[in-house]
Design a binder for this molecule. Sequence first.
Ligand code: ZN
Ligand code: ZN
Length: 143
Amino acid sequence: MKRAKTKIFHDFIAERGLKSTRQRDIILEAFLVSDRHLSIEELYLHLRAAHPTIGYVTVYRTLKLFAESGIAREFQFGDGQTRYEHVAEGEHHDHLVCVRCGAISEFSNAAMEAIQDEIAAAQGFIIQHHKMELYGLCSACQR
Ligand SMILES: [Zn+2]
Ligand SMILES: [Zn+2]
């Protein structure tokens, strides 16, 4: 899976006529083994210890490229941070976001997906993608 995403990204870079750089490869590696829903800042701080020459702007731009190449999805969960998660081809899930502690959990529900398709079909609409985000308090924050 990781290898497939690396290849997708390298093909994308080549198609764009961009040079592949060592820094980008380091960022890619760190991103693909990271937890999900990482903010730019979190990934930058994580990299900084071992790779002090990689700047914030490079991380920022590289994550944008990951999203454009299709190996990452970009999210804003209302805390002012842009977050990225790596995604597998055809994989889909939605998110529960805790407004107090910022915890993000994932869910997928076939019935809900089917209802969305029905709603779209009723209007002659073809869904290409969607994001469902439910905001509230996680179980820990309710105590
Ligand atoms: Zn919480
Ligand atoms: Zn997710």
